[in-house]
Write a protein that binds this ligand. Structure first.
Ligand SMILES: Cc1ncc(COP(=O)(O)O)c(C=O)c1O
Length: 380
């Protein structure tokens, strides 16, 4: 049987990892500056994570949501402690798209309205409603397309108010910091304005923190850089499980649960909760969000001094840099010659950096040296 060939592949087969280092089948070492799309938050094969998951699978790996799973409450308590969002409720799922799909559904359930607003540059996943709010028409199949879903210019509050005034909009979905869109940090006034307008027109504000959450930007959630902003719904995944598939939906206390309203077979299983707890325990013990902020500031300052780097955006260890040329060949050279993985973004000049939060300064600095060497050499 052939694999359905949808991914352009880097010609490397990884077989082992430790922290921010990866090894291929020939024993060649690589530096992970991308964390497999922001997934590796606490570093590959973190000993506490390995132990927590191993012990759990020996005891009980899975049983469905038809029985009590106290690990779910433990995870919710830890998440409340680290995020300081004590009054929210948690619904556990398996991926970012699934988290967003459920958030959209909840906004529509409670407002009894069908429409949504998202923004240019957005990426919210590939399930039906989430993909229809993703700014990439190539991903939207005819069965996903919706006339009452609006993708408006990022930052344009007037356009938002105009659409909201139809009174057919259930919610607004926005990323804490746009990831796939090239690490675009929303203006705080824009997020505050969205919150105000959502309230005015009885719509729900959904913060997609799938990529920007879990300490990556120096605060637990990227939107927490904006004082007093409390979204109705917050979605999480990626860094939440450090590679174990887990996602979640945080719902403000205004949302009332009822049996059968939402559901999933795998979401919140024992093994996923153990992975999720291990991640939070390590973030707390190693103060990873504070570390991400310090390292990110230092790295962005150095990147700005490199000739050929036209712009540097981001917060903490969620960084986008625009080059004066196509980033594709540069990223390929970073893999083949310098043995470093980086990420792409919607813009072809952009490199995305989303390393594990446990990365050390000397590892980040080796990227600065490599990029400077490439961009200042005549031929590459
Ligand atoms: C902001 C954001 N939301 C949602 C998703 C979808 O997550 P998943 O691939 O886990 O479904 C992604 C994935 O890249 C993302 O970056």
């Amino acid at each position: 049987m052939n694999l359905f060939d949808v991914y352009p592949l880097i010609p490397v087969t990884l077989v082992k990892a430790d922290g921010c280092r990866l090894w291929d089948e020939q024993g060649q070492e690589y530096l992970d500056l991308y964390g497999g799309h922001a997934v590796i938050s606490i570093g590959h094969s973190h000993p506490h994570y390995v132990e927590r998951i191993s012990e759990q699978v020996k005891q009980l790996g899975f049983y469905s949501n038809s029985i009590q799973i106290p690990l779910q409450q433990e995870l919710a308590d830890k998440l409340a402690k680290l995020s300081c969002l004590h009054s929210y409720q948690l619904f556990l799922v398996n991926s970012g798209a699934e988290a967003n799909e459920n958030a959209l559904k909840m906004a529509s359930f409670v407002t009894k309205k069908p429409g949504f607003i998202a923004f240019s540059g957005s990426f919210h996943g590939r399930t039906s409603a989430a993909v229809a709010l993703t700014d990439n028409p190539k991903l939207v199949a005819p069965c996903n397309a919706r006339d009452d879903f609006h993708i408006l210019p990022f930052g344009d509050l007037d356009a938002v108010e105009k659409v909201l005034s139809s009174n057919a909009i259930a919610g607004i979905i926005v990323e804490g910091i746009q990831g796939v869109g090239g690490i675009q940090v929303p203006n705080p006034d824009f997020l505050v304005g969205l919150s105000r307008l959502a309230k005015k027109y009885e719509a729900k504000l959904i913060l997609d923190e799938v990529q920007s959450g879990y300490g990556r930007t120096g605060r637990f959630f990227a939107h927490q850089w904006v004082d007093g902003l409390y979204p109705d719904l917050i979605t999480i995944a990626k860094g939440m499980g450090n590679g174990f598939p887990i996602g979640g939906l945080l719902l403000s206390e205004a949302f009332k649960a009822s049996y059968g309203l939402l559901g999933t077979t795998f979401g919140g299983n024992h093994l996923a909760c153990a992975a999720g707890l291990a991640v939070l325990e390590v973030i707390e013990a190693e103060r990873l969000h504070q570390k991400a902020l310090e390292l990110g500031d230092r790295l962005m300052a150095e990147l700005r001094t490199i000739p050929g780097v036209m712009a540097v955006r981001g917060k903490g260890l969620m960084i986008g840099l625009d080059l004066n040329q196509d980033a594709g060949p540069i990223r390929s050279l970073l893999v083949s010659k310098y043995k470093m993985f980086t990420g792409s973004a919607a813009g072809k000049e952009t490199i995305r950096l989303l390393p594990p939060l446990t990365i050390e300064w000397n590892q980040l600095h080796s990227f600065v040296v490599a990029l400077k060497e490439i961009l200042t050499s005549e031929t590459h």
